[in-house]
Design a protein around this ligand. Structure first.
Ligand SMILES: [Zn+2]
Length: 247
C-alpha cells in the first residue's frame, strides 16, 4: 500500500471513530453535514412510477396542480373491487396530452371559476392491463376490457384520460353514471333519449356537455360508449404515432 493510500486509510479510521467513541467533553464541533435533523423524506415516486418518467411520461400534478387526481384503480372503489395500482399514485401521460389538459382546465375555469377537472385514470402500462384482463376473464365485464394481446387501449400509450368535473369542495358533478359503469347510461350517442326515458337527468346531460365542450375544444376526442373517456388522438393513429408502455 502506498503512503498516500495509508494516509487515506488512517483518515477514514479517525473519521469513523469520531462519530461514535467520544465522550461529551470531547464532542467535536458539528458541521451541517454531520447533523441529522430528521428522517429523510420518502421518495415522491415509486420505482414503477420512475420507470414511467424514464419512459417519457409526465405527472400532471407537476404541470398543473389545480387539476384533481383520484385514481380509481389505486383504491378498491372500482368495478374490479380491488386495488389494481399498488405502485401507481400519480396521473402520468404523454407531455403533449398534459398540455391539452392544462388548456381544458383553463377553459373550464374561464366558464366556471369554481369548477375543476378531476382525473380518474391516465397511463396504464401493459402489465396492469394484463392484470385487469385476467380479473375479468369469465365474467360479463370481459367485453369492456381491451385484451392486451390483441388490441391495445389508448391508456396503454399514456394517451387517454378518464375524467370528470368536480365542484370547489372536490365533489364530482352528477354525470348520470359512475366512472366505468357498463350500461346504456354511460353512452354519449343517444343522450336525449336517456333524458326522455328518465335514465339520466337534464342537469346530468348539461354537466356532460360542459365536460365534452372543454375537452374537445382543447383537442381531445370522445369515446361513444364512455362519457368519461377522452383520447389524445384518434385510436386508429396510435400504433403509428405513439409508443406502447410495454412493461
Ligand atoms: Zn378510459
Amino acid at each position: 500500500m502506498s503512503a498516500a493510500v495509508w494516509g487515506l486509510a488512517i483518515t477514514i479510521a479517525i473519521l469513523g471513530t469520531s462519530c461514535q467513541g467520544l465522550s461529551k467533553k470531547q464532542e467535536p464541533q458539528t458541521t451541517p453535514s454531520d447533523t441529522i435533523i430528521s428522517e429523510p423524506e420518502p421518495p415522491k415516486y415509486t420505482e414503477f412510477e420512475e420507470q414511467l418518467i424514464d419512459f417519457g411520461l409526465v405527472d400532471i400534478a407537476e404541470i398543473d396542480s389545480t387539476i384533481g387526481v383520484e385514481l380509481v384503480y389505486a383504491t378498491p372503489d372500482n368495478f374490479l373491487g380491488h386495488v389494481l395500482y399498488p405502485d401507481l399514485h400519480h396521473a402520468f401521460m404523454i407531455p403533449a396530452m398534459a398540455q391539452k389538459l392544462v388548456k381544458a382546465q383553463q377553459r373550464l375555469k374561464s366558464i366556471h371559476p369554481d369548477l375543476s377537472l378531476l382525473i380518474y385514470d391516465a397511463a396504464r402500462p401493459l402489465s396492469i392491463q394484463r392484470e385487469m384482463w385476467e380479473s375479468v376473464k369469465g365474467t360479463p365485464n370481459i367485453s369492456f376490457v381491451a385484451n392486451p394481446d390483441k388490441g391495445r387501449g389508448m391508456h396503454n400509450y399514456g394517451a387517454a384520460v378518464d375524467i370528470t368535473i368536480m365542484d370547489s369542495t372536490g365533489k364530482p358533478l352528477p354525470m348520470g353514471s359512475k366512472h366505468d359503469y357498463f350500461g346504456p347510461e354511460a353512452r354519449i350517442d343517444h343522450e336525449a333519449e336517456l333524458v326522455a326515458n328518465g335514465l339520466i337527468t337534464s342537469e346530468e346531460l348539461e354537466n356532460r356537455q360542459l365536460l365534452r365542450r372543454v375537452m374537445t375544444e382543447s383537442g381531445f376526442f370522445t369515446c361513444v360508449s364512455e362519457w368519461w373517456h377522452f383520447n389524445h388522438i384518434p385510436s386508429i393513429r396510435a400504433k403509428d404515432e405513439l409508443k406502447i408502455i410495454d412493461f
